[in-house]
Design a binder for this molecule. Sequence first.
Ligand code: C5P
Length: 404
Amino acid sequence: MFVVVGVTGGIAAYKAVQLVRLLVQEGHEVHVVPTDDALRFVGLPTWEAISRNPVTTSVHDDVPKVRHVALGQAADLVIVAPATANTLAKMAAGLADDLLGTTLLATTAPVVVAPAMHTEMWRHKATVANLTTLRARGVHVIGPEDGELTGGDRGPGRMSEPDAILGAAYGALAAGDLAGLRVVVSAGGTREPIDPVRYLGNRSSGRQGVAVALAAAGRGADVLLVAANIDSGVLAAASAHPRVRIATVTTTAQLQAAMEDAAPERDVVVMAAAVADYRVADVADRKLTKEDAAGPGRTLELVENPDILAGLVAARRDGQTVVGFAAETPDEGETLVDRGRRKRARKGVDLLAVNEVGWGIGFERDDNALVVIDAADRIAAEAHGTKREVAEALWDAILAARGS
Ligand code: C5P
């Protein structure tokens, strides 16, 4: 997950260091946005070292990357810890006079705040009113705890402990329009062995399928991600997500077994994996060498693989939605949408997500463009942008097709 941690100017900032550390240890991509005041308590090098990402407080840094809104847009989750009375007031008013303010206004991700302040400030009517406003807007509030405060006094105002904040953050993620939905997503590309060291494969990185899985989990679904030959770096955020379980497979036969095993208990089945159409008829036990070839060339006999999607469609149960992907290189005389319509009908899927591929388009890139065709041959969604943005549009189309 992409997590933004806002840190504001309270002594509890030192405890936020541990929170950032926990998030990084769990495999999340963490960006810390301190206020200027927060840096008087814990310095910038600490945040950069712990988060392993550059840190800035100013909306005027990194302007070409529109950093003042980019962090908020990319975030799956924003945590503000500690949240001072001042920051809570600014949030309630919607002020955006620093990078944390703009980030909070630009995000649609769940926001969790962990207030920390002296008891008098916590109980002040202004703070109480600000918290009421923020809660009404869906902001999740964790703590503060009752206990000893920095001045030696006691009362509510201590920031919650980092592991409690993390638990609250995961809880906040559970609320979403896919909550309660059980989904299985295949991603990556299958590999068919030729001999113990070689295989037939394809260029699918798995990024789009992983984005589909993460988008679903981010919206509250319970996700099984069947990952075929995906780099651990691409899988990192999914591995860390509490609602994503990963099953790894290599060959088409393994992918088929995993999907057929999972599908009966899943409400939505998304086949985003690039499946090898053929496998090698006789896989060699030993490494093939040029010496044991009959002549200057070599012929490999291939046999057709089963169409996994066709099997899933045939076994589809009531209330289940089956979604296919099609990577197409457009032909002269036929649009991508027309090809998509024909393929959707042939495959019998509820929805088909079509994307254009070619040398340098579609694969191994961070952005993508998709057209989603529904069972009535309508364009249910058309999206281009990051793979995550495209994935969100696909889930909107899936929800619409399910009539919810
Ligand atoms: O026919 P085509 O390979 O373009 O169809 C792509 C869709 O079918 C994808 O959703 C892919 O995961 C699925 N597929 C499959 N089994 C195969 C080949 C493709 O499930 N053997």
